[in-house]
Design a protein around this ligand. Structure first.
Ligand SMILES: [Cu+2]
Length: 141
């Protein structure tokens, strides 16, 4: 009986949402073609007064999901870099992921996305823990 209660409690706590991190304006841009990928953008608001770090991202919808930053060379050539150390966010700060800046890259989509598909991305914050982002394909611009 004790074990049953314990398992139930773990399930409840892992399903809880963060009070410290708010995600708004989520969008997904799909690049079609062979080995298709998608870029995901949203704004992160840190509602706490302590700094936090987005350490990693995960999704069952793609083989690989990474935090990327777009860099433009002096010749105007754009390239992308994996943010290995994560993305820091100050207490009370709002960071906007956008095209040409920091974004989430989904590579090797498990199946092609179509309009109306619900995509879930799990964010892991150092302090706030897990935060789930829900995206509906075709809902952005
Ligand atoms: Cu990228």
């Amino acid at each position: 009986m004790f074990r049953l209660l314990l398992v139930f409690f773990v399930f409840i706590s892992s399903a809880a949402f963060s009070n410290e991190i708010q995600i708004v304006n989520q969008k997904i841009n799909i690049a079609s073609g062979v080995g298709s990928s998608a870029a995901v953008y949203f704004s992160i608001r840190n509602l706490s007064d302590k700094p936090d770090t987005l350490l990693k991202v995960q999704s069952l919808a793609a083989k690989k999901v990474m935090l990327h930053e777009t860099l433009v060379s002096s010749e105007g050539v754009a390239s992308m870099r994996h943010l290995m150390a994560g993305l820091g966010i100050q207490g009370g700060e709002k960071i906007t992921l956008k095209s040409g800046g920091v974004h989430i890259m989904m590579m090797g989509l498990v199946k092609p996305f179509s309009d109306g598909d619900l995509i879930k991305i799990k964010l892991f914050f150092e302090n706030a823990g897990e935060v789930i982002v829900n995206l509906v394909v075709g809902n952005g611009d």
